[in-house]
Design a protein around this ligand. Structure first.
Ligand code: ADP
Ligand code: AMP
Length: 213
């Protein structure tokens, strides 16, 4: 099963993608996580990606597509995957499509997690993530058991550099200009499924499971 998660930054794509990956035993592939891992390890790719991410801009398609295609070519992706944060532009979606066609394959579901802009800034300013295992929390909606500490591995939680208010506003603008058109792209392919992302994360997940099952 090959799934694409769509939605504004902060809509809950990562939260849902992790739950889908665990339930259906497929890898969660997040281009944002790949870039952040590279930044942490001080690689050349990380340095280049960071210069765009800090402004709330997109990393160029050429670079992002190469990273993504390398990742999905790995053995663990053979039986499917859930893509989170990719594609983010029409050219990215077209390249992915062309690669899948070569393999006589396709995206089965594009799940659009729908959350209005008003909720997004609150979601992102409250987001905390674990730099060690990648778990994500929200200080109000999905708090860890002990403030500032990851439930899963005990590491200290951090706020993402690009979750500052000014950057968030730019990311939302970029989303509307470059990423939102993908909703139409996947609708035309007949694989688009909309879910209400404003409800509790367990309820969002139940709606997604209903679609996938
Ligand atoms: P995305 O991957 O789309 O950028 P995340 O999954 O990281 O978004 O979620 C953004 C923030 O909102 C996080 O702090 C997360 O814990 C929180 N969150 C996710 N889903 C919900 C929900 N259904 N209700 C409230 N907060 C949520
Ligand atoms: P995310 O973790 O999905 O919120 O992504 C964080 C940042 O990484 C984005 O704001 C972009 O700068 C960059 N990024 C992640 N995925 C992509 C992508 N598919 N195309 C371009 N830039 C991306």
């Amino acid at each position: 099963m090959k799934i694409v998660m769509l939605g504004a930054p902060g809509a809950g794509k990562g939260t849902q993608a992790k739950m889908i990956a665990a339930k259906y035993d497929i890898p969660h592939v997040s281009t944002g996580d790949i870039f952040r891992a590279n930044i942490k390890n001080g690689t050349e790719l990380g340095k280049e990606a960071k210069s765009y991410m800090d402004k709330g801009a997109l990393v160029p398609d050429e670079l992002t597509v190469r990273i993504l295609l390398d990742r999905v070519a790995q053995d663990d992706c053979a039986k499917g995957y859930v893509l989170d944060g990719f594609p983010r532009t029409i050219p990215q979606a077209e390249v992915l499509d062309a690669e899948l066609i070569k393999l006589n394959d396709k995206i089965d579901f594009a799940i659009n997690v729908d959350v209005p802009d008003e909720n997004i800034v609150r979601r992102m300013s409250g987001r905390r993530s674990c730099p060690s295992c990648g778990a994500t929390y929200h200080i109000v909606h999905i708090p860890p058991k002990q403030e500032g500490v990851c439930d899963k591995c005990g590491a200290a939680l951090v706020q993402r550099d690009d979750d500052k208010e000014e950057t968030v506003k730019n990311r939302l603008k970029v989303y509307h200009e470059q990423t939102q058109p993908l909703i139409d792209f996947y609708e035309k392919k007949g694989v688009l499924k909309n879910v209400d992302g404003t409800v509790d994360s367990e309820e969002v997940f139940a709606a997604i499971v209903n679609i996938l099952d």
